[in-house]
Write a new protein. Structure first.
Lengths: 115, 116
């Protein structure tokens, strides 16, 4: 069975602060994919990143960065110098090859960035 | 590329009526489509998976006679909520994947259903 845990249900920061969203996963698959999505108030899911289980390199994209550590089964997401437009719900998700590529979502973290 | 549309974006219907939601892959052939339901302040929960030309596979606890899914072509899947009740009010999101990149799901913008 697959499981994704986002322990932080809500985070509130002031603009320009850095913030890290945690994601811990469980899977029996050796080949799997991890994702982060952003869901703004409009509801549409915005794809942010996909990582496969064989690539543990950290990734940076502008103010966004991701830290993938297989040893701790974590795939954390950091926003540097947060902005009000970053306010949204962020979901971490897992898709395992032997789980039929079913996408399992974490509970989501609601990020509120205050001006 | 990889655009998925949903129609309607929102719908209000009366209790006891049925409502159909369409999910279309606009620029690719979707071998598999997924339907999710999201209640306010909750995560996405998979309702069912459908492959083109086959019957949908429903997740445990999802009534297949209530939520009818049809995936008649490689670009269209429909979800029909039959005899809708207020508790069916939710945000319904579809996604689609291809045979070559089955690990990737492309999401539609969602349909907000309100049953009065």
């Amino acid at each position: 069975a697959q499981k994704v845990t986002q322990a932080q249900t809500e985070i509130s920061v002031v603009e320009k602060e850095d913030v890290t969203l945690d994601c811990v996963y469980e899977t029996r698959d050796t080949t799997y994919y991890l994702f982060w999505y952003k869901q703004p108030p409009s509801g549409e899911l915005v794809f942010l990143i996909r990582r496969n289980s064989f690539d543990e390199q950290n990734e940076i994209s502008g103010r966004y960065s991701w830290n993938f550590q297989k040893s701790t089964s974590s795939f954390n997401f950091t926003i540097t110098a947060s902005q009000v437009v970053d306010s949204a719900v962020y979901f971490c998700a897992l898709s395992g090859v032997n789980a039929g590529n079913m996408l399992t979502f974490g509970g989501g973290t609601r990020l509120m960035v205050k001006p | 590329g990889a655009v998925v549309s949903q129609h309607p974006s929102w719908v209000i219907c009366k209790s006891g009526t049925s409502v159909k939601i369409e999910c279309r892959s606009l620029d690719f052939q979707a071998t598999t489509m997924f339907w999710y339901r999201q209640f306010p302040k909750q995560s996405l929960m998979l309702m069912a998976t459908s492959n083109e030309g086959s019957k949908a596979t429903y997740e445990q606890g999802v009534e297949k006679d209530k939520f009818l899914i049809n995936h008649a072509s490689l670009t269209l899947s429909t979800l029909t909520v039959t005899s809708a009740h207020p508790e069916d009010s939710s945000f319904y999101i579809c996604s689609a994947s291809t045979l070559l990149a089955s690990y990737e799901q492309y999401f539609g913008p969602g349909t907000r259903l309100t049953v009065t």
